[in-house]
Design a protein around this ligand. Structure first.
Ligand SMILES: Nc1ncnc2c1ncn2[C@@H]1O[C@H](COP(=O)(O)OP(=O)(O)OP(=O)(O)O)[C@@H](O)[C@H]1O
Ligand SMILES: [Mg+2]
Length: 281
């Protein structure tokens, strides 16, 4: 797996923030192509700050961000290269949304890349379909509901076809149907080889979906582990104000091994276990 993004000893504090406290402190991490990463941590832990630095919206106070092995400085050209490769869906969609209609909004990014009209259309149509926006295509994005805006902001990022997509709490304010749609979209994007990092407070989603967990607490990256390792560490979960996923807890209590990631896999494992126990004299 090729390395896409790397942060080396990156620190950042906001102007006007508490002086002695960094929003992100000495963060070193790298992300490779095709990875599926859940970014966890309580409110104010540093997740959004990490994403904003990873996509070049913020520049580090100390340390360096690398994209495909090249250091990203403050030059426009370098930042543009990073932003093209690393897409970001903001936690708050109002920050991102500008366009007159939903389809104009989604076409802004690809048009700015200087793509042909045909290619812009292909990307807009694809993103509209993926985010279930067909019926909202000609609506003004400012007047959409919170969840609808969120879907538009995700479509914006998809239309840019980045190599790594960062989604900051994408499911917040989505209804259950659109949560399922989002999860299916993440699944499809992952299968196509796009690297994904999703911040979330939903440990059940993280367990179902992620291959790797990054956890932040108090501006520090406190864990970079597999989901199995992370959710087995009660002390760490306590520090991060998180709990074990339900399936993880139930499967462990029933001594099911390997631990199933989905409800379907859990049901199958329970049925097999029942059959085996039934066979025993
Ligand atoms: N624009 C800002 N100005 C000053 N301080 C900020 C700003 N944005 C965030 N902070 C501070 O930086 C720290 C990290 O915030 P960040 O938004 O990265 O947390 P988070 O993990 O994304 O939290 P949440 O789960 O609430 O979204 C917090 O202490 C927060 O108060
Ligand atoms: Mg946040």
């Amino acid at each position: 797996m090729g390395e896409l993004l790397c942060l080396e000893h990156v620190s950042f504090s906001y102007e006007g923030g508490v002086e002695e406290r960094s929003a992100l402190e000495d963060c070193s991490v790298s992300i490779c192509s095709g990875e599926r990463i859940a970014v966890l941590g309580g409110n104010g832990a540093g997740k959004s700050t990490f994403f904003l630095l990873a996509n070049g919206v913020l520049c580090p106070k100390r340390g360096t961000v690398f994209f495909r092995g090249e250091a990203v400085g403050r030059k426009k050209q370098e930042l543009n290269r990073l932003r093209r490769g690393v897409g970001l869906v903001f936690q708050n969609p109002d920050v991102q949304i500008l366009g007159g209609t939903v389809e104009e909004e989604i076409s802004f990014g690809p048009m700015n890349l200087g793509l042909s009209r045909k290619e812009v259309r292909r990307r807009v149509d694809g993103a509209v379909e993926q985010m279930n926006l067909e019926s909202l295509r000609r609506r003004a994005p400012q007047y959409l509901s919170g969840g609808e805006k969120k879907r538009v902001s995700i479509a914006d990022a998809l239309a840019m076809e980045p190599e790594l997509l960062l989604l900051d709490e994408p499911a917040a304010s989505l209804d259950p149907e659109n949560c399922r749609l989002l999860e299916r979209t993440l699944e499809t994007l992952g299968e196509r080889g796009l690297a994904l990092a999703v911040s979330t407070h939903d440990v059940n989603f993280a367990w179902r979906w992620a291959q790797r967990i990054l956890a932040f607490h108090d501006g520090r990256l406190v864990a970079d582990r597999t989901p199995e390792e992370f959710f087995s560490d009660a002390g760490l979960l306590n520090v991060c104000h998180l709990e074990q996923p339900l399936l993880f807890r139930m499967a462990r209590a029933m001594k099911i091994c390997p631990l199933p990631r989905t409800a379907e896999a859990f049901e199958r494992a329970v049925a097999e276990k029942g059959e085996k126990e039934g066979e025993q004299p």
